[in-house]
Design a protein around this ligand. Structure first.
Ligand code: OAD
Length: 244
């Protein structure tokens, strides 16, 4: 029995599954990750110039231009086999909670319901009245404005900002109560999301890390590493579920 077969068998009997995803799951859809050496966004741009409240206060147009460029990439992208496999897992095992750090909305496009810890690139919110609405790359006015007349900002959690407490509470509850925790395509460097697999491991869940590179990932007796692309590993994990 291979490691993948063993994990697949455990998933077949699990009733509560938590899944944490990061930029790596969308890499096969053509969306750049953040920290990979040559291609990651943070190797080409400085987060403090583009993804912080100070940057937006200094130069909202530059920040919006960057999000518009990223939104164009997202609008051209389609969910891949990894997103689809997770959506299928949620359908087959209703106690599956998906927690994503991604803002691209590709999980939802694949049919998943997800806790979006870092917000959504498809939504904007008003800097004055805090109303939220969808925005598109061809808004008549750019940076886009709210109905109240004030400037909108991307509805994304920037460096130095707090995550939604309600969403965080749901994510922690899922990590605390799951039988199996899948950590997929994340460098696990950004808190508080990076704590979630540890919480699950401390509660004796099986933690499964799926990543192309295992540097810096969790190591413990109940942590299994499946090295490979999410779009290839995840469908293989689900095969026994499909036949059960
Ligand atoms: P990172 O760029 O830090 O990590 C992406 C991970 O995906 C790396 O560990 C890669 O090895 C792995 N990877 C790449 N391609 C893969 C594939 N096809 N299959 C599986 N794994 C693959 O991205 P995140 O961990 O998501 O925050 O970064 C966390 C947060 O930092 C982001 O949400 C973002 C960023 O600053 C905000 O924008 C608020």
């Amino acid at each position: 029995m291979t490691e993948i077969d063993r994990v697949a068998e455990r998933l077949r009997t699990a009733t509560r599954i938590a899944v944490l995803t990061g930029a790596g799951i969308s890499a096969e859809s053509g969306i750049p990750t953040f920290r990979e050496a040559q291609t990651g966004l943070w190797s080409r741009f400085r987060p403090e110039d583009l993804a912080s409240p100070d940057a937006f206060a200094r130069d909202p147009t530059t920040v919006w231009d960057w999000y518009r460029w990223r939104r164009e990439l997202v609008d051209r992208a389609a969910p891949n086999e990894g997103h689809t496999a997770i959506a299928e897992l949620q359908r087959r095992v209703p106690g599956t909670v998906l927690i994503t750090q991604n803002v691209d909305g590709l999980h939802q496009s694949a049919g998943s319901e997800a806790i979006e810890l870092h917000g959504s690139i498809r939504r904007a919110r008003c800097t004055a009245c805090h109303a939220k609405r969808e925005w598109s790359v061809d808004e008549s006015e750019f940076p886009p404005r709210c109905n109240c007349g004030s400037m909108l900002r991307p509805d994304i959690v920037w460096f130095g900002e707090q995550l939604s407490e309600a969403q965080l509470a749901r994510a922690f509850a899922a990590a605390e109560s799951c039988n199996v925790f899948l950590s997929i395509g994340t460098s696990n460097l950004v808190q508080p999301a990076a704590s979630l697999p540890w919480i699950a491991a401390d509660r004796h869940a099986l933690v499964v890390v799926v990543n192309t590179v295992m540097d810096g990932q969790h190591h413990a007796p109940n942590v299994v590493h499946l090295t490979g692309k999410a779009g290839q590993v995840l469908p293989r994990l689900l095969t026994p579920l499909a036949s059960s």
